[in-house]
Design a protein around this ligand. Structure first.
Ligand code: GDP
Length: 296
């Protein structure tokens, strides 16, 4: 489960503060050094860690003594609210088109879980009263189209394909038209991935974006890749512009550094997290719940 290591270390830090009647600056400094180490070990971005610790210290020093809380509880409260803030504060929801027909464009590097997540998102949307359609725009790997069809079947969602067409812009455009005509209200476009961000991929994605004017571009990243996931998010955001991040494989990520750094580094929120391979293993990301989970 995500954040195991960090959770345990932070709890140790706070246990060290327990029982103290009042906290001196030295106590707080020691605790913050340990918090810093714990965050770095969790693979949180270095700059993010520095700012985080400085902000917690400042608030802890300035905090008014509250009779209802012990000093250690007060520090935990501050860390909790700073962690929540770090991850974006509140749950960032999907934006639906006011017209009633929403286009979601899924982008990401190969192997991050983009195709699986497209299916999970369709399942989630159905649960939330929507009528989604999927579209396979990866023209490079026929297996990717097959995979999306399997995924679509398992979540009872139609998949638009044009197997003989080698132009993803055309495919996406045709899918959009078909989805609207057939009365679907969300089109999820699964685009091609690559091993790394390259100009050709970005040009192709930019062309699709221009044609179908998605209401959301969702970047899928793999939490297990830590800061590489954050760097990918920076790259995609600079070159294409993204609206939100879906962080997959959080179920296997004991560190959690990517989820903690992504919003602060990219300015874009994590909207969903993947918690397993099954089609129902997608959850909206709630920073406040995540922070409480970390602090135990
Ligand atoms: P794509 O190349 O980006 O389309 O990636 P895929 O959708 O093919 O996913 C790659 C692998 O990651 C597959 O084996 C998925 O089952 C797995 N995967 C995707 N999301 C998650 C997740 O949230 N948790 C776990 N444990 N595995 C996932």
């Amino acid at each position: 489960m995500a954040f195991e290591g960090l959770s345990e270390k932070l709890q140790n830090v706070f246990a060290g503060l327990k029982g103290k009647g009042s906290l001196t600056e030295a106590d707080i400094d020691t605790a913050m050094r340990e918090v810093k180490l714990a965050l770095l070990e969790a693979d949180v971005n270095f700059k993010v860690v520095k700012e985080f610790v400085a902000s917690v210290k400042e608030k802890a020093m300035g905090a008014e003594v509250m009779s209802s809380l012990t000093p250690s509880q007060q520090v935990i409260k501050i860390v909790n609210s700073e962690l929540t803030e770090l991850m974006g504060g509140v749950n960032s929801k999907l934006t639906y088109s006011p017209s009633g027909f929403t286009v979601l464009m899924m982008v990401g590097l190969q192997g991050t879980g983009k195709t699986t997540t497209s299916g999970k998102l369709a399942a989630w949307l159905k649960q939330n009263g929507k009528k989604p359609m999927l579209c396979a725009c990866d023209i490079y790997r026929p297996a990717a189209i097959d995979q999306l069809e399997v995924v679509g079947q398992s979540v009872n969602t139609p998949v638009f394909t044009m197997r003989d067409c080698k132009d993803p812009v055309k495919i996406a455009k045709a899918a959009r038209k078909e989805a609207e005509i057939k009365g679907y209200d969300v089109l999820i476009v699964d685009t091609a991935g690559r091993l790394q961000i390259d100009e050709e991929l970005m040009d192709e994605l930019a062309d699709i974006k221009k044609e179908i004017k998605p209401h959301e571009i969702l970047l899928v990243v793999d939490a297990l890749t830590g800061q590489d996931a954050v760097n990918a998010a920076v790259g995609f955001n600079e070159k294409l512009g993204i609206d939100g991040i879906i962080m997959t494989k959080m179920d296997g990520d004991s560190r959690g550094g990517a989820a903690l750094s992504a919003k602060k580094v990219t300015g874009k929120p994590v909207k969903f997290i993947g918690m397993g391979e099954k089609m129902d293993a997608l959850e909206p990301f709630h920073p406040e719940r995540m922070a409480s989970r970390i602090l135990g």
